[in-house]
Design a binder for this molecule. Structure first.
Ligand code: 5GP
Ligand code: MG
Ligand code: MG
Length: 197
């Protein structure tokens, strides 16, 4: 168990399982891309560890760059995506693969598509290590997905809770208190005891 700020997190996905998913994604992408020299674009901050480990597994020539977007406050995704660092090079005609740590609502991905809309890239593929299908509310195709996870907040392997936890080599899931579990299962205290309309 790990404590970050006010919350507790329990072990969820091991470093070995992450490594296997990353190896699989890297070989799928290498196979699909063939002889092109791709540009891998990481979305900072969360994806720094994914990008670093991914490109070591991608054993062919490639370029690596980053953009920096921010959407999360605490444990909640917001629609208000801030562009902190945009694209700094011309990618027209290039084969681009976005490398994401996690896709949740898809709001960040929508911003990525807005950024690339006028770039005239040859192709744009989306790869993400983690994906929360229950939370995703967009239609953009996800070309490569490492591990699907339930709609619960996780930390580790680049992912933070208010700045902490990025350096954990494995993934931890937020631990619900008994009170939160009871709320989900039984509703707020007193629910079901009142008069029915
Ligand atoms: P989206 O815009 O798809 O809702 O969320 C994308 C970004 O929110 C991710 O790149 C990541 O930075 C952050 N995020 C989404 N889900 C989680 C989560 O479970 N844990 C953490 N630490 N960050 C998350
Ligand atoms: Mg991210
Ligand atoms: Mg974050």
């Amino acid at each position: 168990m790990v404590k970050l700020h006010d919350k507790f997190f329990k072990p969820f996905i091991s470093a070995e399982e992450i490594d296997r998913a990353m190896t699989r994604m890297a070989s799928e992408i290498a196979k699909d891309i063939g002889d092109e020299i791709p540009v891998f674009v990481g979305i900072l901050n969360g994806s720094f560890m994914v990008v670093s480990d991914f490109v070591k597994k991608y054993q062919k020539p490639c370029e690596v760059t980053f953009i920096k977007l921010a959407s999360y406050e605490g444990v909640k995704s917001t629609e208000d995506i801030q562009r902190l660092i945009g694209l700094t090079q011309d990618l027209s005609g290039r084969t681009v693969v976005i490398l994401e740590d996690i896709i949740d609502t898809g709001n960040t991905l929508a911003e990525v598509h807005r950024i690339f809309k006028n770039e005239n890239v040859k192709s744009l593929k989306i790869a993400t290590l983690f994906y929360k299908p229950e939370a995703y509310k967009k239609d953009f195709k996800l070309h490569y997905v490492g591990i699907e996870i339930p709609n619960k907040f996780i930390v580790g392997y680049g992912l933070d809770y208010d700045g902490l936890g990025r350096n954990l080599p494995e993934i931890y899931q937020i631990k619900q208190t008994q009170y939160m579990t009871n709320l989900v299962l039984f509703g707020p205290p007193g629910a079901g005891k009142g008069t029915q309309a």
